[in-house]
Ligand binder design. Structure first.
Ligand SMILES: [Zn+2]
Length: 219
C-alpha cells in the first residue's frame, strides 16, 4: 500500500497551491502499524515549512505595496533569515524594500520579514526551551525533544541558554513590575500596607520569587 500526503493551501487571493508532505509505503511483511516516529517528525516538519513559507510570502506581498498610495515598492536586495520553531529551523528568503516617498524623504529601506518574525524564535519553542530547562539538563532536554520533534538544527545549547536567560530576565522584570504596581508599594497605598501587607504582599513576593527561581536555576 502506498500513501501520499499533500497539503493544499489557499492564499488570501483564493489561489491554491499543493505541497507534497510525505510518501508512505507499507508491505505485508512490515511490522509497523500506523506511522512511525520518524515519519511523524518528517510530516510535521514538512507541514511547518509549507505553512510558514506561505505565510511569509503573504507577509512580503502585503508589505511590498505602499499602504497609502498602493504603489509597488522598489526592492533593495535580499538575504536569508532564519526562524526557529519546535518543528524545525526555517531559512526564508527575505527581500528589502525602499519606503515610498509619500512616507519618507530619505532612501530608507526595510525588511518585511524582520518585522514579521520578531526575535526569530517562535513562542512555542521559547516555551518548550524554558519548561524543559527548568526541569532537566540541557543535554537530556535536547535528546528527549529531538526524539519526538523535527528540531533540525532549531537550536544549540549556547542558543538555548541565551534564550532561557532572556525568558528569566523577562519574568524578573514582570514580577518586579507587579510588585511595584501593587497597592502596598506605591505612595497612595502605603496606609493600606498595614492591613494587607501580611497577606497579599507576601503572596505576591512568593509568586515572584517562585517564577524567578524556576527560570533562574537553569541560567
Ligand atoms: Zn506611497
Amino acid at each position: 500500500m502506498k500513501m501520499r500526503i499533500q497539503l493544499v493551501i489557499e492564499n488570501e487571493s483564493g489561489v491554491t497551491t499543493t505541497a507534497q508532505i510525505a510518501a508512505l509505503e507499507r508491505r505485508e511483511s512490515d511490522d509497523l502499524i500506523g506511522i512511525s516516529l520518524d515519519e511523524a517528525k518528517t510530516m510535521t516538519g514538512s507541514v511547518q515549512r509549507a505553512l510558514v513559507e506561505s505565510q511569509a510570502r503573504e507577509a512580503i506581498n502585503r508589505a511590498s505595496k505602499c499602504p497609502e498610495c498602493q504603489v509597488q515598492l522598489r526592492r533593495n536586495g535580499s538575504h536569508r533569515m532564519s526562524y526557529r520553531t519546535p518543528f524545525g529551523r526555517l531559512d526564508l528568503g527575505s527581500p528589502r524594500f525602499y519606503r515610498c516617498r509619500s512616507q519618507t524623504n530619505t532612501r530608507q529601506s526595510f525588511s518585511p520579514l524582520a518585522e514579521w518574525l520578531g526575535d526569530h524564535t517562535s513562542p512555542e519553542w521559547q516555551y518548550l526551551e524554558a519548561q524543559f530547562a527548568a526541569l532537566l539538563s540541557y543535554g537530556v532536554s535536547a535528546r528527549i525533544l529531538g526524539s519526538v520533534l523535527p528540531l533540525q538544527h532549531a537550536t544549540s545549547i549556547t542558543t538555548w541558554k541565551r534564550d532561557v536567560a532572556r525568558v528569566g530576565t523577562r519574568l524578573d522584570e514582570e514580577a518586579h513590575h507587579r510588585l511595584m504596581s501593587a497597592p502596598v508599594l506605591n505612595e497612595s497605598g502605603l496606609r493600606e500596607a498595614q492591613s494587607i501587607a501580611r497577606g497579599r504582599h507576601r503572596w505576591r513576593v512568593r509568586q515572584g520569587l517562585r517564577r524567578t527561581v524556576a527560570a533562574g536555576r537553569v541560567v
